[in-house]
Unconditional design. Structure first.
Length: 369
């Protein structure tokens, strides 16, 4: 039976009356938006910061859509993919009634935004395995069981933060099939560009209830402009446009991203990514030589998850050498671990030097695959 993804959304939002913004026509004086007629000092934007940004950054969307090779109407630009998580939960989950499924250890913002909306968070932990390449994998059957029990959104983070691995496409397909007509599947591909796995977009082409989240915070080196996107079916995106408030995406971010996405800058981003991938492999090999390092999981992202025999000593040694690494206190399965973002060659050398100052290296040390 044909199902409509919007039947899963909060019913009262389906008929919400969208905000009507004051029109903007280049060449006409704008006395319709209660803005200042004067530019502020230091304002070197094209549009002028005295003017509101466009209600929706459609020029930017056109450019990003062509970058991702999709139709413009299949994309909603958000302030980072974090805002995309928020808007999806608000649009689909009824407070105090609905639930989402997440598979920890994973990105903690799914939980946070759900709790802000008073939505229940059901945790289906990633499966553990002796073999590192099969460790921290999706518990597909348990996730599917939960969908049958009335969950509204399933989040699958692939490559996953903080474990670094990708979910097998066949498992994602199983979840998507089970969720059709019952739940929205959100594929968070924040780290896709660092992965050897292909993009998950084709899953959306056949499934209206599947969306993917992308971000410019990692690959395009633009975490500071806060640009992310939801990619999904046209009718779903047009529904989300009514839920996300207008004017949220600032003019400097629009202009900066447009500049960054021109062709030269994209090839620069690709070169930087290649260098991060090379450094990821080198850093992993070097880290494994230290006695304090027990395991380094395979990574499809711009970071490594490293298990240590003494997390506090590792963190302190890094800090003494001027480096901050990330720890996770709310996940039992990774409590001895640190997550290390791949830096520049110099950053990585500095970390390795800091570790050499404190820890011995074991010649010919190997880890299980
Ligand atoms: C898996 C994942 N998704 C989404 C985000 C949010 O990224 P942003 O809001 O910068 O686009 C992050 C940030 O680290 C992340 O790790």
């Amino acid at each position: 039976m044909e199902t409509d993804v919007l039947d899963l959304a909060r019913p009262e939002l389906r008929s919400i009356i969208p905000y009507t913004p004051g029109v903007y026509e280049p060449g006409l004086i704008r006395m319709n938006a209660n803005e200042s007629p004067y530019r502020s000092s230091g304002d070197d934007t094209k549009r002028g910061l005295n003017r509101y940004p466009p209600p929706r950054p459609y020029a930017l969307r056109a450019c990003l859509a062509s970058h991702y090779n999709i139709h413009e109407e299949e994309m909603l630009i958000t302030r980072g993919s974090s805002e995309a998580i928020d808007v999806l939960i608000r649009a689909f989950c009824i407070a105090g009634k609905d639930s989402i499924v997440i598979s920890p250890p994973t990105f903690d913002m799914y939980r946070l935004y759900a709790e802000i909306q008073n939505v229940k968070v059901i945790e289906i932990p990633l499966l553990r395995n002796e073999s590192l390449s099969a460790d921290f994998t999706l518990d597909t059957q348990m996730v599917i069981n939960q969908i049958n029990a009335g969950t509204k959104i399933v989040f699958i983070c692939s490559p996953n933060n903080p474990t670094g691995g990708s979910t097998a496409r066949k498992d994602i397909v199983k979840v998507c099939n089970a969720a059709r007509g019952r739940a929205l599947v959100v594929l968070d591909e924040a780290y896709q560009e660092f992965s050897a796995q292909e993009e998950l977009r084709s899953l959306q082409e056949i499934n209206d209830h599947v969306v993917s989240l992308r971000t410019l915070s990692k690959f395009v080196s633009l975490a500071g402009v806060r640009c992310g996107a939801v990619i999904g079916a046209k009718k779903l995106i047009s529904f989300l446009e009514n839920v996300l408030p207008p004017y949220t995406f600032p003019t400097p971010s629009i202009e900066l991203v447009l500049k960054a996405l021109d062709e030269d800058s994209m090839s620069v981003s690709k070169e930087k990514t290649c260098s991060i991938l090379r450094e990821r492999s080198r850093l992993k090999d070097e880290l494994l030589k230290f006695s304090i390092v027990e395991k380094v999981w395979p990574s499809d992202a711009n970071f490594l998850l490293v298990s240590t025999s003494n997390r506090e000593r590792f963190v302190m040694a890094a800090k003494n050498g001027g480096i901050l690494v990330r720890i996770f206190d709310n996940h039992e399965s990774i409590k001895n671990c640190v997550r290390i973002t791949i830096g520049s060659k110099n950053d990585n050398d500095q970390l390795l030097q800091a570790l050499s100052n404190e820890f011995t290296k074991i010649p010919n040390k190997r880890q299980e695959k």
